[in-house]
Design a protein around this ligand. Structure first.
Ligand SMILES: [Zn+2]
Length: 261
């Protein structure tokens, strides 16, 4: 396969090719935009790793801390960034998505805020990608959304609200955090079933078991990182549940999809 010379996105300044990619399964058209942080102490090491055939990982784009954007994998190809993941029943998230790695040392490095120049580039890149591919706002996701038991990137400091205001991603103002426990690990019964069903309806890889188990807790935590970052504790409190309900109610129409599923 010959490498193209021009990046797919005008936001990317150059191509820095990674060998780590394959065919999108069944020619799947990407309809998810998946955001990551690199989670490594040095961005140069993260970039090298995404291009190392032995590492078997990659992403379509790499955004440096200073805001420069390089393209590593052609958008038409399947990059390897999601790992074991699922969203709205789709388990081959790599075939269904375009992936962006944002250089940031992550939770293990103390979760520093994303620099302004970097966020401006991420927003410009995301706007371009969702426009060219027609990706729905509610399918602009974080790695932790699609792999809640394994991942916590891009982290609770990622400015999802700001992206939404720039026209990227679905978001509603979170309901205020109040005290008082609601549903926690170990709880069971119809309310837990209903809670899990709401997460499934939104797309999260939850299982409707009626038992608030480790998976449910991880999904709640992932949801909080993205949509209710004021408190990330895995407790389905009133604010968490209200925010989820508001998100579902405000979700843009899903053309072609049955209204009940
Ligand atoms: Zn990731």
């Amino acid at each position: 396969m010959s490498a193209s010379l021009v990046p797919d996105s005008p936001v990317a300044e150059k191509i820095f090719p990674s060998p780590n990619h394959g065919e999108r399964r069944n020619g799947r058209r990407p309809d998810i935009l998946l955001l990551h942080y690199t989670g490594m102490p040095r961005e140069s090491d993260a970039l090298q790793r995404l291009c190392n055939p032995l590492a078997e990982v990659s992403a379509h784009y790499f955004v440096f801390e200073d805001g420069r954007v390089w393209q590593l994998v052609p958008e038409a190809r399947r990059a390897w960034h999601a790992g074991a993941a699922s969203w709205d029943g789709e388990t081959d998230v790599n075939s269904a998505s375009i992936g962006i790695e944002i250089a940031n040392v992550g939770h293990e490095g103390g979760l520093p805020p994303y620099p302004e120049a970097q966020i401006e580039s991420v927003i410009a890149l995301c706007r371009d990608i969702v426009a060219r591919w027609g990706i729905r706002p509610d399918r602009v996701l974080g790695h932790s959304d699609v792999a809640p038991l394994r991942k916590e990137d891009p982290g609770e400091l990622f400015p999802w609200e700001r992206l939404h205001r720039a026209g990227v991603g679905h978001w509603v103002a979170p309901a205020p955090v109040s005290d008082g426990r609601f549903f926690v690990r170990g709880d069971q019964g119809p309310p837990i079933e209903a809670l899990q069903a709401m997460f499934v309806l939104y797309g999260y890889p939850a299982t409707v078991t009626g038992v608030f188990d480790q998976e449910t807790e991880a999904v709640v935590r992932a949801f909080q990182r993205h949509f209710r970052p004021g408190r990330i504790d895995g407790v389905a409190d009133l604010s968490t549940i209200t925010t989820l309900r508001d998100l579902l109610a405000a979700r843009p129409p899903r053309d072609g999809a049955p209204s009940s599923a």
